[in-house]
Design a protein around this ligand. Structure first.
Ligand code: GLA
Length: 392
């Protein structure tokens, strides 16, 4: 028996890693992927848990071989098996991208009706993760049918491959993603490096994505080996990053520090897959500290895998919370224009109500205190305070 389909469940906690799209868009090269793998090690992100290195769209040549196999483009001169080795040799895992249509979103050959052939290629190359998009002609087949075909193909090969469904939440993939072999599924449109996007431009800003995650009410589908995905992180990105330049979106500035804290706090509260999307060779100190915050990552990676949900929305102060194995996490978000104190009580959030005393732990400062139930935090505009609350 090889290690194929071993007893360890794939992605028992949300996958962590890096993906090329937001940083490099369609200009991605083999050198960018090697640099990203090296940088994951050097920045400490690998040791913090970021494991998957995923090459998004545009890695493939514009023609398949005569049998329909995908071939790497000239920007990947050493081929995908060598690149997978390079990534594996750094203690990381390797991912690739294709689409459940005739073409990828950028018009390259994709995998519809060639699922088995391509899954075998991926396994031969040492691929550990497949992001499977929804572009190209669908040949009249619905989403469940097309995604189930690749799910079955991946299940048939002699390698464990995490299956990341990128269907943009159009057909409620949280209702069938697990059933077709998916380990995570995009619940929303593409996230852009903005706080809010205009309705007539491409994608969702961070605040738009949170509205969407609240509206779709998909938390019940979320858990070990099957995760709702609010899309990849935009921390570190701005007007010059690949996706901002490539898509029809007007990005004027990077997210502020408060907006980035909110982005990361909420993705951890949602127990979201955390795919870093910035050029790691120029990662700022602020962003490195944010992405490696152990208190936040422990909330994201909590073994129960429960998604955080809103307890109170609709005014300038929002409260969201997430049950944890030993208590809960509570987020206090200020949607308004001035500093404000936001308060709640353990009985109004997802914290086990069984104690007279609770320990409270501020995930940004590390400060600790006790409460009999009241929780209050002072929060800057667009910022988020997040605490871990543990019954004593
Ligand atoms: C779609 C996906 C993105 C990215 C691009 C690549 O927009 O949602 O995440 O993969 O395609 O073309």
């Amino acid at each position: 028996m090889t290690d194929h389909h071993n007893m360890t469940r794939l992605v028992a906690t949300p996958p962590l890693g890096w993906n090329s799209w937001n940083a490099f868009s369609c200009d991605v090269t083999e050198a960018d992927i090697r640099d990203a793998a090296d940088a994951l090690v050097e920045t400490g992100l690998r040791d913090a848990g970021y494991e998957y290195v995923v090459v998004d769209d545009c890695w493939m040549a514009s023609e398949t071989d005569s049998e329909g196999r995908l071939q790497p483009s000239a920007d990947f001169p050493n081929g995908m098996a060598a690149l997978a080795d390079y990534v594996h040799n750094r203690g990381l895992k390797f991912g690739l991208y294709s689409s459940a249509g005739t073409e990828t979103c950028q018009g390259y050959p994709a995998s519809l009706c060639r699922e088995r052939l391509h899954a075998e290629q991926f396994a031969d190359w040492g691929v550990d993760y497949l992001k499977y998009d929804n572009c190209g002609d669908h040949a009249g087949r619905d989403a469940i049918d097309r995604y189930a075909a690749m799910g079955a193909a991946l299940a048939s090969v002699e390698r464990d491959i995490v299956y990341s469904i990128c269907e943009w939440g159009q057909n409620r993939p949280w209702e069938w993603g697990r059933n077709v072999g998916g380990h995570l599924w995009r619940a929303t449109d593409d996230l852009v490096a903005k706080w809010r996007a205009d309705p007539d431009e491409f994608g969702l800003g961070v605040a738009d994505a949170l509205d969407r995650m609240a509206d779709i009410d998909a938390a019940a589908a979320h858990g070990p080996s099957g995760w709702n995905d609010p899309d990849m992180l935009q921390i570190g990105n701005g007007p010059d990053s690949g996706q901002s330049e490539h898509e029809a979106v007007d990005v004027q500035r990077p997210l502020t520090e408060a907006e980035r804290r909110t982005h990361f706090a909420f993705w951890c509260l949602l127990a979201a897959p955390l795919m870093v999307g910035t050029d790691l060779t120029s990662l700022s100190g602020f962003d490195r500290e944010l992405l490696t915050n152990e208190r936040l990552l422990a909330i994201d990676q909590d073994p129960l895998g429960i998604q955080g949900t809103p307890d109170r929305r609709g005014d300038d102060a929002e409260i969201w919370s997430k049950r944890l194995r030993d208590g809960g996490a509570v987020a206090f978000h200020n949607h308004g224009e001035s500093d404000r104190e936001i308060s709640t009580h353990v009985s109004a959030v997802d914290v086990p109500a069984r104690a007279d005393r609770y320990r409270v732990y501020d995930c940004w400062t590390g400060n600790k205190w006790e409460t009999s139930g009241s929780l209050a935090m002072t929060v800057e505009p667009r910022d988020t305070a997040i605490v871990r609350v543990t019954p004593q």
